[in-house]
Design a protein around this ligand. Structure first.
Ligand code: ATP
Length: 220
């Protein structure tokens, strides 16, 4: 766990004096398991929006997955560590450490207390954008962060643009569509394939596939 950044360690890692008004990407997710879609979103957001860092923050107990099976926290963290290819990608345990249901507004509040001079960019898929109205205190969240949206397979661009326009106003254009779409992959499909003995190569790094097999993450 020593390579992961809790809130206090984050402060030491990114002293505001050094980084000034840096842009920090926040990639929240269950990562059950992490796949190439998640990794490519971090790379594209970093490159297209001049982010200095992309923080991968695995969820504790997200409200929209209450009651569902989620792999052990340690397994999800290990898989992130194995998969993330660039030093600008960092894993934070801040949501896992928080007890109970985790909400983005609490994560942002904690991050903003530490990084008062930074701008935040939440990196999400278009399926998440379409449920943004259900996020706790979404009006407040929209004042705390911008959103970078990746079009996800199955979602329609017109609908996505309509929702983006809904959240933007002439004075604040803070929900933006990335130039590139998300890759056609999901954790649900990967879990299904593994549980049914189907091949998952090409969906996620081989090293993560080996870890899943060695640790029986999705099989008994
Ligand atoms: P599951 O299938 O278990 O719901 P997932 O593949 O959606 O998992 P999450 O960890 O829940 O992965 O996703 C974290 C964030 O990344 C969400 O905002 C989701 O919309 C986005 N995301 C995940 N995969 C993609 C993808 N292939 N294209 C675009 N966005 C994605």
């Amino acid at each position: 766990m020593s390579d992961h950044l809790c809130t206090e360690e984050l402060k030491e890692y990114y002293p505001a004096a050094v980084f000034g008004k840096d842009r920090i990407g926040i990639m929240g997710g269950t990562f059950d398991p992490i796949h190439y879609g998640h990794i490519q979103m971090g790379i594209d957001a970093h490159d297209q929006f001049a982010l200095s860092k992309v923080l991968y923050i695995p969820t504790g107990r997200p409200p929209h997955k209450a009651g569902q099976f989620i792999a052990k926290d340690q397994h999800r963290l290990d898989m992130l560590d194995i998969a993330l290819p660039y030093p600008y990608m960092q894993v934070s345990t801040m949501e896992i450490e928080r007890k109970g249901t985790t909400y983005a507004v609490d994560t942002l509040t904690a991050l903003k207390n530490v990084f008062q001079e930074h701008e935040f960019y939440y990196i999400i898929g278009s399926d998440t954008l379409l449920t943004l109205d259900q996020w706790r205190h979404i009006d407040q969240v929209l004042t705390m962060t911008c959103f970078i949206v990746f079009l996800r397979k199955g979602d329609h661009i017109d609908e996505v643009n309509r929702v983006i326009d809904f959240y933007n106003s002439p004075s604040r254009q803070c929900v933006v569509l990335a130039d590139t779409p998300g890759l056609p992959v999901s954790s649900t499909e990967i879990r299904f394939r593994i549980m049914n003995g189907l091949d998952v190569s090409g969906f996620l790094p081989d090293e993560v596939i080996d870890y899943i097999k060695e640790n029986n993450v999705y099989t008994k």
